[in-house]
Design a protein around this ligand. Structure first.
Ligand code: NAP
Ligand code: ZN
Ligand code: ZN
Length: 361
């Protein structure tokens, strides 16, 4: 338990938590607040495993608070709504992504960019208004302000929809914002993992030509045949990179570890855009010459606002975009984290919380 205020919270809950920087997860009991007038309480059914969960359980970014219950690709079914909740009702299929609070009054919030609010509250490992620490979706139940809950259309299976809540919006938002969503443009996707495979699907649905840039030649066949990519570059093959110099309008970089930006900048046409989405624990090196030659742009992007998250979910439903998942039991989570570190997943682990999370007596 993490402090007095939590001990007096009314609802018992349980999940799995990391208790120190070893990152090993184990069963954990906690409590949640009662359902406030603008809150939605829901039973968690599935939760995706984002690489950020792996960074966080190991304190890669130096911000983790333990015990830490990860999970920000959460889907489930509404069990209770507060008296002022307007858009959701008991029984609805819902999702929660990376944030559960923001100030609602700053420039970012008033422009539907709660994700850039200086007071934004992350779904787990952050201080909530009542002083308690937020716990994520590797747990049986959540209580979340309705503003940060989205509806999941009926035609999206819940397990395959879960990864859209973080990975999906994280790639959708920059494709739109940086104008990499126009038919005929050539878009590169670096790193074919959870974010990367959804970037391929969204960019294809927007009508662009998509090339995957990967360290894993073993992913080539599937990327072309199943994910719908148009071409595939192995980033460690110099000949392949050289042949593609100056051919990309934009590149989204989802790599989770340190890697050189120089070759990626070289792949861009003049005025091309390199968008960094991955968050390696060490700083990336930025060589100036390949950036200034051709007036290129280096940008970043972090998840997306709530309005755009619902738009992304609806776009996914309309275009049949689902994550490719490996659904696992709760007690497989530590093995899954080891495999994720090695890039051994196609393409997102999703925990079957509803059927496999056992209560703790
Ligand atoms: P993931 O499933 O592990 O995918 C990352 C991919 O990067 C791997 O599959 C691999 O693809 C490639 N890669 C890994 N190590 C590499 C290395 N040393 N050199 C080159 N390529 C390497 O991870 P994810 O869940 O997609 O997350 C990716 C990153 O985005 C993480 O750092 C995560 O924290 C961050 N993230 C950011 C946001 C945001 O808002 N900006 C949101 C969510 C996640 P190949 O095998 O194809 O090379
Ligand atoms: Zn994430
Ligand atoms: Zn704000």
């Amino acid at each position: 338990m993490t402090g007095l205020s939590e001990e007096v919270r009314p609802n018992k809950a349980f999940g799995w938590a990391a208790i120190d920087t070893s990152g090993v997860l184990s069963p954990f009991k906690f409590s949640t607040r009662g359902t406030g007038e603008k809150d939605v309480a829901f039973k968690v059914l599935y939760c995706g495993i984002c690489h950020s969960d792996l960074h966080m359980i190991k304190n890669d970014w130096g911000t983790s608070i333990y015990p830490l219950v990860p999970g920000h690709e959460v889907v489930g079914e509404v069990t209770e709504v507060g008296s002022k909740v307007q858009k959701l009702k008991v029984g609805d299929r819902v999702g929660v992504g990376c944030m559960v609070g923001s100030c609602h009054s700053c420039d970012n919030c008033t422009n539907n960019l709660e994700n850039y609010c200086p007071e934004m509250i992350f779904t787990y490992g952050a201080k909530y208004y009542d002083g308690t620490v937020t716990y994520g979706g590797y747990s049986n139940t959540m209580v979340v302000d309705e503003h940060f809950v989205v509806g999941i259309p009926e035609n999206l299976p819940l397990d395959a929809a879960a990864p859209l809540l973080c990975a999906g919006i994280t790639v959708y938002s920059p494709l739109r914002f940086y104008g990499l969503d126009k038919p005929g443009l050539h878009v590169g996707v670096v790193g074919l993992g959870g974010l990367g495979h959804l970037a391929v699907k969204f960019a294809k649905a927007m009508g662009t030509k998509v090339t995957v840039i990967s360290t894993s030649p073993s992913k080539q066949k599937e990327a072309l045949e199943n994910l719908g990519a148009d071409s595939f570059l192995v980033s460690r093959e110099q000949d392949q990179l050289r042949a593609a110099i100056g051919t990309f309008d934009g590149i989204v970089d989802t790599v989770s570890a340190q890697h050189p930006l120089l070759p990626l900048l070289g792949l861009l046409k003049s005025h091309g855009k390199l968008v960094v989405l991955g968050i390696p624990e060490k700083p990336l090196e930025l060589p100036a010459f390949p950036l200034i030659q051709g007036r290129k742009l280096l940008g970043g992007s972090m998840i997306g606002g709530m309005k755009e998250t619902q738009e992304m979910i609806d776009f996914a439903a309309e275009h049949g975009i689902k994550a490719d998942t490996e659904v696992i039991a709760m007690d497989y989570v530590n093995a899954a984290m080891d495999r994720l570190l090695k890039g051994d997943v196609k393409y997102r682990f999703v925990i079957d919380i509803g059927n496999t999370l056992k209560s703790i007596s």
